[in-house]
Design a protein around this ligand. Structure first.
Ligand code: ADP
Ligand code: GN1
Ligand code: MG
Length: 361
């Protein structure tokens, strides 16, 4: 069935006008559904079931978490339809539709919002930090054991490194010779790769319910107030470390260029944006963060950026089966931007530590 016919299966209010591709995600297929003579809109998504093979567990996680957050927002007299993702059931009353191993779902579209691919204002980034900090704080009381691990070892940087080494060895797509510098960059950093995994294993930092994909285009910003009102892309919510959540927003938001910018002179790390995000994040999470976590925030940013670069590089070496690509070197280009950011953050790490300390409340 085509996406329009799929959209017809959901309990939408009104008659469908159009269903068009939407967004810039690397994994799922997203469509905007417009309704005739109405401002109502919906987001229809086809999950990538090759990546999310346990899509039933994934949808169950989302249902539980969105319900939990909705209750909190309602208690705080907020506007749950704008501040929480709302799944629309099918006409048969199910929250997703499965056909030929494809899984489709529909959310209410939150209108009058924008997403940023590049952050151009510290105020917006501070608001983004506050929203993600609050997200983790709100889920502090949620029982992590009731969530399934959607992608096992998703942010296990050690495991990502081992998979990378295996891909280098296999050289499936005969691309190793075109990425020697990048491979060397990773190997030079093998000693820092385990820092977060070790801290979790030794209980120095807590395992929490985290988002795990906190890049800047996964938060909706109110067009008028510029507040970060709704956190989206909930597919990877599962137990994890807040250091990765903090770090992934920094990786994407402090980059002065796009993730796939070919001209590396345009790729820089904006430390004033780092400060803005720290301020917002620490305000949003309040007293739920531990001292140890604060002392490791800069490491969260460096390690997730390295991890993301390793993932792009591994996918390049494997022949591009995971991330959507537009041309053969796309993943290598993405990997290079990440490694440039890692290098800049390493140079700035003392300053990053000071900033986090000064921003504590
Ligand atoms: P992906 O997993 O592929 O990144 P997302 O769930 O992040 O997919 O959605 C892709 C884009 O669709 C987002 O960046 C955002 O622009 C838009 N979007 C998703 N959900 C909503 C929503 N409920 N309201 C408004 N826009 C949305
Ligand atoms: C993917 O779906 P999207 O585009 O928000 C990926 C993230 C990466 C990101 C890099 C499930 O996120 O882990 O950090 O690309 N999501 C998954 O841009 O692998
Ligand atoms: Mg997304």
């Amino acid at each position: 069935m085509k996406e329009r016919e799929i959209a017809e299966l959901f309990a939408l209010e009104g008659e469908i006008e159009s269903v068009i591709p939407y967004g810039e995600g690397h994994i799922n297929d997203t469509f905007l559904v417009s309704i005739k003579n109405s401002d109502n809109k919906y987001i229809l998504q086809k999950l990538n079931t090759k990546i999310f093979s346990n899509y039933r567990g994934l949808m169950d996680n989302i249902l539980q978490v969105t319900q939990y957050l909705r209750d909190i927002v309602e208690k705080e007299k907020g506007d749950a339809l704008r501040e929480c993702m709302t799944l629309v059931p099918t006409k048969k009353g199910e929250f997703y539709y499965v056909e030929n191993n494809s899984c489709w779902r529909t959310y209410i579209f939150v209108s009058d919002t924008v997403v940023y691919q590049i952050i151009d204002s510290p105020a917006v980034f501070e608001n983004t930090g506050e929203a993600f900090g609050k997200f983790i704080a709100r889920l502090d009381g949620f029982d992590a054991r009731s969530l399934c691990e959607v992608i096992p070892n998703f942010h296990n940087t050690c495991d990502r490194y081992l998979k990378f080494l295996a891909s280098v060895k296999a050289d499936k797509a005969s691309r190793v010779k075109t990425a020697e510098k990048e491979i060397e960059f990773v190997n030079q950093r093998k000693d820092m790769i385990s820092a977060i995994v070790d801290a979790l294993d030794s209980n120095e930092i807590p395992l929490r319910v985290t988002h795990n994909d906190t890049k800047i285009n996964n938060v909706l910003i109110d067009k008028n107030t510029k507040e970060a009102i709704c956190i989206i892309d909930l597919d990877t919510i599962m137990p994890g470390s807040l250091l990765y959540d903090f770090g992934d927003s920094i990786r994407s938001g402090c980059n002065t260029a796009l993730e796939d910018e070919k001209d590396l002179t345009k790729v820089n790390f904006d430390i004033s944006l780092y400060e803005a995000y720290c301020k917002g994040f620490l305000k949003g999470i309040g007293e739920k963060i531990t001292e140890k976590e604060i002392s490791m925030l800069h490491l969260g940013a460096i390690i997730i950026t390295l991890e993301c670069g390793i993932r792009f590089l591994t996918d390049y070496l494997d022949g591009d089966g995971y991330f959507k690509t537009d041309y053969p070197e796309h993943n290598l280009v993405r990997c290079r931007t990440q490694f440039k950011l890692v290098k800049r953050m390493e140079e700035l790490s003392e300053e990053m530590i000071k900033i986090a300390n000064n921003c504590r409340i």
